[in-house]
Design a protein around this ligand. Sequence first.
Ligand SMILES: C[S@@+](CC[C@H](N)C(=O)[O-])C[C@H]1O[C@@H](n2cnc3c(N)ncnc32)[C@H](O)[C@@H]1O
Length: 351
Amino acid sequence: MSPSKLSSNHIPVMLQEAMRALAVQPGGRYIDCTLGGGGHALAILERSSPGGQLLGIDADPEAIKIARARLGAYSSSILLVNENFANLQAICIKYDFFPVHGILFDLGLSSLQLNRNGRGFSFQHDAPLDMRLNPNQEVTAADIINASSEAELAHLIRTYGEEGYSRQIARHIMSGRPIRTTLQLARTIERAIGRRRGKIHPATRTFQALRIAVNRELENLEAALKQAINLLGFEGRLVVISYHSLEDRIVKQFMQQEAKDCICPSGTPVCVCGHKARLRLIKKRVITPSLSEIQLNPRSRSAKLRVAERIITQDDYYGIAEVRDFLAEAKAGAWRRPALLKKLEMVFAAA
Ligand SMILES: C[S@@+](CC[C@H](N)C(=O)[O-])C[C@H]1O[C@@H](n2cnc3c(N)ncnc32)[C@H](O)[C@@H]1O
């Protein structure tokens, strides 16, 4: 299949909601940390034209190829990088791509990855138990399955899969080893806990747990969020779409914490943390897909979108002489002009 044909198989989730949350506008500079099939990226480029710029990142080299083909009409406005978003700040420094107006994370896997045989992400196809987003990563799902102790497996499946039957599954995996393929693992899990439980296949949670462990998904997300905040310009938007409660909890706690002026434990009589809010929550509650989107694209049913905006207070840069004037100008809504962007870069460099 040609790259452009492949890209049409992934329907971007909550596209309109994500564009509204990012407040995409002409001439803006954006980062899509999870490029995938390039669906959200294309919408950002359409809305930020003329003059928009996009840095697209994906850990999967195949995704970069597909997105490059799809975004061909905007080739002079894009920079696509096959990297892990855990290195977000280093990537932006390397390519001199900050501050930005918006950063998007659309976490998890694309349909292209789930549907492609051979990657081992899905138990719908028989394939080696791999699950690496990037073939240069060292550890595969088979390594974890065949080298971990029973207690380690049970812990991993319970923690990352939120699976209540983790001990039974771990016991069956131990007696079924070596397990090398997706179907072998799915059958082992069926033997451990039965063929069907409600609507989801009994292997779903264990596969999720393995994928999270292989790709260090939660650690990478935490690292990237902390870096993203440093890259956003004044009123820049941080938008995250997540697909399971472990990811959403990280995003929610991060945004809530960064929106507070003090994070001392409750009951502390006087603030000792010195923490200052760097984000403002645009919506306090999570945004979920419409019923019609879920009907059209069932993959969207578990999506949760959260959005926050970077605030920069005078306190952040107290003592940097020209910052006060700059902030007054920026607050007047003029900061999107290139000259002001340049000034903002200087502020960031000095901070
Ligand atoms: C749900 S898809 C994104 C789909 C995309 N928004 C679109 O509209 O086509 C998630 C993408 O993020 C990538 N990804 C997941 N974790 C990553 C990480 N830590 N670093 C870079 N890319 C990652 C995956 O390889 C996948 O292509």
